[in-house]
Design a protein around this ligand. Structure first.
Ligand code: PLP
Length: 393
């Protein structure tokens, strides 16, 4: 097969869909009014902002007043975690999260630890699941916040969110979920699932980067995060990114409309990819075998380094990642793979191929043509490979 460009890193970010681009355009050019201004010219931006708020609220099972627009997933996570922990100090200083969260959550917890909060990291099982039993053992009187991600960005495991939220509530804690990887890909209804706070980010479902939202259930005690002009009902100051917000709402609307069909299509493509990977000796899949994001294929390929693999795939036109794309630059093995119990040296060979809206069967075929060749080449150079010097067993 001729060299192609294959984007298989949709968990890192996605292409903005055409519909979102079209929806955004007027707010860069003709309709650039500040939504807080009171003259008629600004009314279109204000209308679009509130229309987007209603769209996302309806999709999530929330009411528009419960949606705060943010500058992405990281900001929403920071806001939720610091906001709840600091506002509830009189009740307690114990806060809980899982061992496999994104750094947007983990580093925020670490910051709170330095402020004197007590942190419990709930372990996960070998599939990356936070079990209800593990969470029950972690909460105690004085726990004010439980933050568990809806779906993991490295291994794709989906958590039993409704059950975990129930346990948090029984302990008297607020339940926050980082749904950055889940939103637009699996069904989420904050009311039905008992979620008090939820973060999502536009660029993970074919919307723009640098825009996200935080759902805050009415009545949830949380400190405001940004001081300033009092936008977003005083909870997040700063002139709203109207174009970005409109684009995110449109992208979420489209993703949710095609969610079921996409889950079937991407699930089939992922299974084909997984079967091809497992045909390479000394490989294994990571994450939950069934309860997982439809398009996210995660595995470890033993006796090679994930970084070398990703570089070689890149030279062949294939965009993939090893561990979390947000933590490239670090040579440490992924904390997620360590938490599911993989040995250090095996965790180094992690590969994530994440399919999305624009992925095709030809993309998968091309990956499956190139990957075994690349693995063979790298293993032939590996001092720890127990097979032949040509990379075969
Ligand atoms: N949470 C998870 C699970 C993520 O995967 C990411 C990004 O990869 C983030 C948070 C951060 O989101 P953003 O890039 O919008 O700040």
């Amino acid at each position: 097969m001729e060299k192609r460009f294959v984007y298989a890193d949709n968990s890192a970010t996605t292409r903005v869909c055409d519909e979102a681009v079209s929806a955004m355009m007027p707010f860069f050019t003709e309709e650039y009014g500040n939504p807080s201004s009171i003259y008629p010219f600004a009314s279109e931006s204000k209308k679009a902002l509130e229309g987007a708020r209603k769209t996302v609220a309806d999709i999530l099972g929330a009411i528009p007043d419960e949606i705060i627009f943010t500058g992405g997933g990281t900001e929403a996570d920071n806001h939720a975690i610091c906001g709840v922990a600091r506002a509830n100090i009189k009740k307690g200083r114990h806060i809980v999260t899982s061992a496999i969260e994104h750094h947007a959550v983990l580093h925020t917890f670490e910051r709170l630890k330095r402020e004197g909060f007590e942190i419990t990291y709930v372990p996960v099982d070998e599939n990356g699941v936070v079990t209800p039993e593990a969470l029950s053992a972690a909460v105690k009187p004085g726990t004010t916040l439980v933050s568990i991600m809806a779906a993991n960005n490295e291994i794709g495991t989906i958590q039993p969110i409704a059950e975990l939220a129930r346990i948090a509530h029984e302990a008297g804690a607020v339940f926050h979920t980082d749904a950055v990887q889940a939103a637009g890909h699996i069904a989420i209804n904050v009311r039905e699932m008992g979620i008090d706070m939820l973060s999502l980010s536009g660029h993970k479902f074919n919307g723009p980067k640098g825009v996200g939202l935080l759902y805050v259930k009415k009545g949830t005690l949380a400190q405001r995060f940004m001081e300033g002009g009092g936008q977003e009902k005083g909870r997040r100051s700063g002139t709203e990114n109207v174009a970005g917000i409109v684009g995110m709402a449109k992208a979420l609307e489209i993703s949710v409309a095609h969610m079921e069909a996409e889950a079937v299509r991407l699930g089939a493509l992922r299974k084909k990819l997984e079967a091809g990977i497992l045909a390479i000796p000394h490989t294994r899949l990571t994450g939950h075998p069934e309860n997982r994001l439809p398009g996210l294929c995660s595995c470890v390929i033993e006796y090679i380094e994930g970084e070398s693999l990703v570089l070689m795939l890149g030279l062949n036109g294939i965009c993939a990642s090893t561990g979390s794309a947000c933590s490239t630059g670090s040579l440490d093995p992924s904390h997620v793979l360590m938490a599911i119990g993989l040995p250090h040296e095996v965790a180094h060979g992690s590969l994530r191929l994440s399919l999305g809206r624009y992925s095709t069967e030809e993309d998968v075929d091309y990956i499956l043509e190139k990957l075994p060749e690349i693995v063979k080449t790298l293993r032939a150079m590996s001092p720890v490979w127990p097979g032949n010097s040509d990379g075969t067993l």
